[in-house]
Design a protein around this ligand. Structure first.
Ligand SMILES: Nc1nc2c(ncn2[C@@H]2O[C@H](COP(=O)(O)OP(=O)(O)OP(=O)(O)O)[C@@H](O)[C@H]2O)c(=O)[nH]1
Ligand SMILES: [Mg+2]
Length: 313
């Protein structure tokens, strides 16, 4: 990434997290004009963190860390924000792992799962764009065969990125599409295959069978595929995102997460509680609808962005 790209992304991240951070920052500002950090202030702070979707346990842990360092001392809002950002960074550090595509795999197969509307198709398009720009060969598979619009949406990203999209008619077998796409990507010696899926959670059993079948069929060609199962989570669902992690963990082996729509919500804190509770790698953060709005997840940038602190320092 060039320096201007980096600063562009940091600005987007900061702007994307503005709703979450303004809630936290103004709340902290109101609580800590300049006062002694006492139990009452800590209690108010804990409530504020919980309402920002950081989660009950994680909020308690953050407040505990602050108590240990600063109880009884004068403290400013800025010091509180910096101290919390440092603690949040510690929580996020072990899970902030950009998705490492294995260059030995031709292709590295990524199965993308998640509930309806979470942002799967958009995320696939954005990843394809990023990889293509890096000079990698990418194929996309329209494994959501349930809706015609889903196939068209992926084809738009195909045109935009110049990556082939394997698709069949509406109602076709998703596993068949995935199989054909893997054959194509293998023949082309492409680097990455991104497989879109339907997120029809109202029939969990059917979805599970479909995801199992896709995996089974892929393994006929490439025994260790899919190499990554990426769960896309919509941050605007707040604490419901936890439930989605649980549901998908029952169905498939979730290797990593992409958190989307962080720009559309004040619930950006949910990433912190998910990191703490599930410990699943967070590969990507999405803060908007364009390709530039998805980037590998960085613990420090995210923690500071959430607290409304300057980034990149
Ligand atoms: N603001 C914002 N919108 C996003 C982001 N990611 C996705 N979206 C939007 O969310 C909507 C749903 O995204 P899709 O990619 O269609 O979601 P999906 O999971 O494929 O949905 P289904 O195919 O219905 O299961 C679209 O309007 C996207 O543009 C993001 O990071 N920020
Ligand atoms: Mg879709």
């Amino acid at each position: 990434m060039s320096e201007s790209e980096t600063s562009g992304w940091l600005a987007r991240l900061r702007q994307g997290l503005a709703r979450s951070s303004s809630k936290l920052a103004s709340g902290i500002g109101a609580l800590f004009g300049r006062r002694v950090l006492d139990e009452a202030a800590l209690e108010d702070l804990e409530d504020l963190l919980i309402t920002a979707d950081i989660g009950v346990n994680t909020s308690a842990r953050l407040v505990e860390a602050l108590r240990a360092q600063k109880l009884g001392r004068d403290i400013t809002a800025d010091e509180v924000r910096n101290a919390l950002a440092a603690e949040i960074e510690k929580i996020l550090e072990p899970v902030a792992k950009p998705l490492a595509f294995d260059p030995e795999k031709k292709p590295h197969v990524v199965l993308v799962v998640g509930v309806n509307g979470a942002g799967k198709t958009t995320t696939i398009g954005k990843i394809a764009k990023t990889l293509k720009d890096q000079g990698l060969g990418v194929v996309m598979a329209a494994g959501d065969t349930f809706r015609a619009a889903a196939v068209e949406q992926l084809q738009v990203w195909g045109k935009r990125t110049g990556c082939p999209v394997m698709a069949r008619e509406t109602g076709a077998d998703a596993a068949g599409v995935a199989f054909d796409a893997l054959k194509l990507a293998t023949a082309r010696k492409d680097d990455v295959l991104l497989i879109d899926t339907a997120g029809r959670l109202h029939n969990r059993k059917e979805l599970m069978q479909e995801l199992e079948k896709i995996s089974r069929v892929l393994k006929k060609l490439v025994p260790d595929a899919p190499h990554t199962t990426l769960l896309v989570l919509d941050a605007t669902t707040g604490q419901n995102a936890h439930q989605q992690v649980d549901i998908f963990k029952e169905m498939v082996h979730v290797d990593g997460l992409a958190m989307t729509k962080l720009d559309g919500t004040a619930k950006g804190g949910v990433v912190v509680s998910i990191a703490e509770k599930h410990g699943i790698p967070v590969h990507y953060a999405g803060v908007g609808e364009s390709a530039e709005d998805l980037r590998p997840f960085s613990a420090r940038d995210y923690a500071r962005g959430l607290m409304g602190l300057p980034l990149g320092e």
